[in-house]
Ligand binder design. Structure first.
Ligand code: IPM
Ligand code: MG
Length: 355
């Protein structure tokens, strides 16, 4: 197969970890007889520095012409003073909405070898936590009308959802559940918000076509509590954009190893954007210290979702697990006193295990 991949290294450790993922992709393509071409795209702080804007039309177009996008991370203190519309994060939002990526999958699982890194008691996580947050990504309060009153003394951000927006993300969640433990928990604030009530109605109607999947509903405040009280309850958490933003950070913390978590942003065709869920960690940029695993696992998700290369995706995931089992650690996941390796050495250990 021939794959055309757009790389968006971005800022901070972005270039370090994207380089690792490319090495892994190249090795995997070699081993399974595929060919990959890459084009590099500037977005985020680097684009602000070069073109005065976080995301140019050209960059968006170039991403849209590829089969899939692999993104490192954007942002850093250097651009923190920029006004809202010119912040590096705008590049992410622009890519998501410009490419129509309404479905964000954020799996959080505890690797047995790293269980000790979880801040939760072992009795709470024993037996393993394995959940995925399915976050609506192009609607809700993030993209609703926003503004200030004329005198600047009040501000507003509108949260609105259409039935169609809810239906399409709900279907994705049920489909995801079918490949897992067949349970969907809708997280909302239906005791207060009208949008949440529409979510409940709409998801319940869609659920009739997925009677093999168990469905429950939970208020977001309770869900944030249950996530730390009994994370094993959850299989698929389906939720709107901002709740998903918050809960996916909480879910990632449960695993104790944010440097390991990948994500996919999808739409209804095969196109997708893949990125680690961690940030750009500017303090360790360019120092060969970053954990490349989240980006490497994002590349595996890319092979699975955008190219239907299940065997190849699995080969990468197995190689990561084997490396972990053999004690390969980057600094962030090493326990005290344990030896660790740098970004590229960690990557080489994984590549070696791809065969
Ligand atoms: C995320 C991030 C973004 C979001 C920011 C950087 C705009 O927190 O991907 O979760 O809020 O969606
Ligand atoms: Mg976030």
């Amino acid at each position: 197969m021939e794959m055309h991949i757009a790389l968006v290294p971005g800022d901070g450790i972005g270039p370090d970890i994207v380089r690792s993922a490319v090495r892994v992709l190249d090795r995997t393509a070699d081993r399974f007889g595929h060919s990959i071409s890459y084009r590099e795209i500037d977005a985020g702080g680097i684009s602000i520095d070069r073109y005065g804007r976080p995301l140019t039309e050209d960059a968006l177009e170039s991403a849209a012409e590829s089969d899939a996008v692999l993104l490192g991370a954007v942002g850093g203190p250097k651009w923190d003073h920029m006004p809202g519309s010119l912040r590096p994060e705008k590049a992410l939002l622009g890519l998501r909405s410009g490419l129509g990526l309404f479905c964000n999958l954020r799996p959080a699982r505890i690797y047995p070898e790293l269980a000790a890194a979880s801040p939760l008691k072992q009795s709470v996580i024993s037996g393993g936590v394995d959940l995925v947050v399915v976050r609506e990504l192009t609607g809700g309060i993030y993209f609703g009308e926003k503004g200030r009153s004329e005198d600047g003394g009040s501000a507003y951000d509108v949260m609105s959802y259409s039935k169609a927006e809810i239906e399409r993300i709900a279907r994705k969640a049920f489909e995801a559940a079918r490949l897992r433990r067949r349970r969907v928990t809708v997280v909302d604030k239906a005791n207060v918000l009208e949008t949440s009530r529409l979510w409940r109605e709409t998801v319940s109607a869609i659920a009739t076509s997925y009677s093999d999947v168990e469905l429950d509903f939970m208020y977001v405040d309770n869900a944030s509590m249950q996530l730390v009280r009994d994370p094993r309850h959850f299989d698929v958490l389906l939720t709107e954009n901002m709740f998903g933003d918050i809960l996916s950070d909480e879910a990632s913390m449960i695993t104790g190893s944010i440097g390991m978590l990948a994500s996919a942003s999808l739409r209804d065709d095969a196109f997708g954007m893949y990125e680690p869920i961690h940030g750009s960690a500017p303090d360790i940029a360019g120092r060969d210290l970053a954990n490349p695993i989240a980006t490497i696992l994002s590349a595996a998700m890319m092979l699975r979702y955008s190219f239907s290369l299940e065997k190849e995706a699995k080969a990468i995931e197995d190689a990561v697990e084997a490396a972990l089992a053999d004690g390969v650690r980057t600094k962030d996941i090493a326990s005290e006193g344990e030896e660790y390796v740098g970004t590229q050495a960690c990557c080489s250990e994984i590549i070696r295990r791809i065969g």
